[in-house]
Design a protein around this ligand. Structure first.
Ligand code: ADP
Ligand code: MG
Length: 267
């Protein structure tokens, strides 16, 4: 009798765990609702985002396409908590980031979000090791732990032999790898990559793309990547097209046909 009860309770527990997992995947890790942003060039307004709506599920790999000036970087800055929307809201893990105070926002940026900038934004006078250690030290990690983790991350991105090199002593691809290792320093759940292959040759670009895909698959890191690179589109779960500060289309990978130089949505 007790065996039957035990079996029932373990089946119940399994079902409960399955539902929890589904719920976790179903939740949106990022939601931008009606977000707008206007810059001013003198008195001239530039409407960078015009009420954009953009949601990403936990564990997704989303590519963002859009011509230069369409608002991709501005959107990333909103999601990354580097800038505030003029109107609308941004939720990270269902928390409205406008409701966070400066310490909470700094914590979120430090722990949850890894940001890979198009131009790397590495400290030029610091070694690769120091660049990668910095966010961990900022987060309060012990120096020796931060060093061990930075070395492991640099090895992971294929730079184990370059840890004491400074950015000026490295190629563009190597600098981008340092930027990726740095973005991963505090094990973020979201990786924002702003045209990460834009400044790289095709082979190096492909290696960077594969590295991000591997992180997405093996560690469940949610990847949001602005790109023009069709190799990246192919690996994405969904693709958003942004134009003039709005999402023009948002399609699953299975709904589009990618041909040389073009990605067309099947309607
Ligand atoms: P993308 O990343 O898609 O190239 P951006 O988000 O960088 O687009 O820019 C969107 C629009 O906002 C563009 O017209 C750009 O010129 C303008 N813009 C971006 N940053 C600023 C700024 N700091 N001051 C004024 N205008 C800006
Ligand atoms: Mg940009």
């Amino acid at each position: 009798m007790s065996d039957v009860l035990e079996e029932e309770s373990s089946a119940k527990q399994e079902e409960e765990e399955r539902l929890q997992r589904e719920l976790l995947f179903a939740t949106h890790i990022v939601r931008a609702i009606d977000v707008s942003k206007t810059y001013y060039l003198g008195a001239e307004p530039v409407h960078a985002l015009r009420g954009i709506n953009f949601s990403v599920r936990r564990g997704e790999y989303v590519a963002i396409m859009g011509p230069s000036g369409s608002g991709k970087t501005t959107l990333f800055n909103m999601i990354g908590g580097l800038d505030k929307p003029e109107t609308g809201r941004v939720f990270i893990d269902e928390v409205d980031i406008a409701a966070l105070d400066s310490i909470e926002l700094a914590w979120l940026r430090c722990h949850k979000i890894g940001y890979i900038f198009q131009t790397f934004n590495l400290l030029r006078v610091a070694t690769a090791l120091d660049n990668v250690m910095m966010p961990m030290l900022f987060a309060g990690m012990q120096h020796s732990d931060a060093q061990d983790k930075a070395v492991a991350l640099l090895e992971r991105v294929g730079l184990g032999k370059r840890i004491l090199h400074k950015p000026v002593e490295m190629s563009g691809g190597q600098q981008q790898r340092v930027a990726i290792a740095r973005a991963l320093a505090n094990s973020p759940s979201i990786l924002l990559a702003d045209e990460p292959t834009g400044n790289l040759d095709a082979t190096t670009g492909l290696q960077i793309i594969e590295l991000m895909k591997e992180l997405n698959e093996s560690e469940g890191v949610t990847v949001i990547c602005a790109t023009h690179d069709h190799k990246m589109l192919d690996l994405s779960d969904r693709i958003a097209w942004i134009r003039d500060g709005r999402v023009e289309r948002f399609k699953k990978r299975s709904e589009i046909t990618i041909t040389e130089g073009r990605a067309d949505a099947r309607e």
